[in-house]
Design a protein around this ligand. Structure first.
Ligand code: GSY
Length: 404
């Protein structure tokens, strides 16, 4: 026979897919024993591999369920969110931890209550302070860097938003389609050449203005939008920090790592579990959630390096394929014949990492073959060829010894 109803605290977290929707579904699944739900916090990931930011809440229940019943319930909710356990401490659609049961401690191999790490984690202690302040240690939650309050789980801060796109080119068009399909309201889009009056009014009646103009126009467009402390001004430029959106108070950046050849294909790719670089106001996380994407935060001082890597991964790869086309075409072999090799190589990189995926003469140190290649190449292909041989050797040799 179990105890009578007592206070139970659960910690919920999500950093994969529509994070707010996973949390909402879990809270709904807890039924009418829910007494209180903390506000949602967007929190930097603690532990595990590099992964996107979490949304966390703490839920208070009044229930007679045993500790074991609660563990089974937590696991059922995780399974319903289609959580897949692949990487330990890796990204997950839903994590439900039994944090605390009034008057009870448990020490079993698969269940320890109070949760052994709850008092070390700001992503638990901050929302815990909203629903059960008596459980937060007197010295407070410690370092709360990276824990940002978003708003109530069922509140307007987590439902579909109303946005206006300024700069409806390929990316603007793709975002318009994808967010519209997610139930967001899209106000009449504006071109960057819109009249001063129209652009000044761009923030009227919407939660956010998404600026998707070419990078060089972002600051000027942002400067023409009338200041409104409630509306978020968001840019989608990979290499720009938030400073270009000054003097708007609520600023954010959402940059999809997605190739957008046109609005229709771009929209499909944006909702296919894409990665996004985000910064600034938590509204950025709402955009990513609405698209079912994954995100990581890039601070202003790291934007240029982040964007350089994105260009290397995309544009430079295309430039390299241009060289493949020229060199192969010179001996009448079509580019198409190389494409399966390219795809399989990318898969190897994804599975093994670049260093282990590297094969071929540069990896083997086979100078005779490299020399034969150089002798066969047109003179204007050799500089690029040698630059890539140099990069291959760096992979073989490992990171340079920076000591001394
Ligand atoms: O232990 C819960 C899963 N988890 C989280 C989390 O919920 N939030 C944050 N910020 N980091 C986390 N690392 C793990 S594991």
């Amino acid at each position: 026979m179990g105890a009578g109803p007592r206070r139970v605290l659960l910690g919920l977290g999500s950093n994969l897919g529509d994070r707010a929707a996973h949390l909402r579904a879990a809270v709904a699944g807890l039924g009418d024993e829910v007494v209180a739900v903390s506000p949602v916090y967007e929190t930097a990931p603690v532990g595990g591999p590099e992964q996107g930011a979490f949304l966390n809440v703490v839920v208070e229940l009044r229930t007679a369920a045993s500790a074991r019943d609660l563990l089974v319930l937590a696991q059922r909710l995780e399974a319903e969110a289609e959580r897949v356990r692949t990487v330990r401490w890796g990204p997950r659609t839903l994590d439900v931890d039994v944090l605390w049961i009034d008057g009870e401690t448990v020490d079993q191999p698969d269940l320890v209550v109070p949760h052994p790490r709850m008092f070390e984690r700001a992503f638990v202690l901050v929302p815990l302070g909203d629903v059960a302040p008596d459980l937060v240690p007197p010295e407070g939650p410690g370092d709360t860097t990276g824990v940002v309050r978003v708003g109530p789980l069922d509140g307007p801060a987590n439902g579909p938003a109303a946005v206006r796109v300024v700069g409806p080119g390929r990316l603007g068009g793709a975002l318009t389609r994808a967010l519209g399909a997610a139930g967001w309201t899209l106000a009449e889009p504006l071109g960057r050449d819109a009249s001063d009056v129209d652009l000044a009014d761009a923030a009227d009646g919407v939660d956010a203005v998404l600026i998707t103009t070419p990078d060089a126009a972002v600051a000027e467009v942002a400067g023409r939008i009338r200041l409104d402390p409630t509306t978020v001004v968001v840019h989608a430029a990979g290499s720009l920090g938030l400073d270009v959106l000054a003097p708007h108070e609520r600023r954010a950046s959402v940059h999809p790592l997605v190739a957008v050849p046109d609005a229709a294909v771009g929209a499909e790719r944006l909702v296919a579990g894409a990665w996004f670089a985000v910064a600034g106001d938590p509204f950025a996380g709402r955009v990513v959630d609405a698209l079912g994407g994954r995100s990581f935060v890039v601070a202003d001082e790291h934007r240029a390096a982040y964007h350089a890597a994105a260009c290397i991964a995309s544009n430079h790869l295309v430039a390299l394929m241009g060289q493949v086309e020229r060199v192969a075409g010179g001996v009448d072999v079509p580019l198409a014949a190389y494409l399966d090799l390219v795809r399989a190589t990318i898969e190897n990189v994804a599975a093994l990492g670049p260093a282990a995926a590297l094969t071929g003469p540069a990896a083997r140190g086979d100078e005779a073959t490299l020399d034969r290649h150089r002798a066969a190449l047109a003179p204007d292909e050799i500089e690029a060829y040698d630059a890539l041989v140099h990069l291959a050797r760096r992979l073989v040799d490992g990171p340079p010894d920076r000591a001394g």
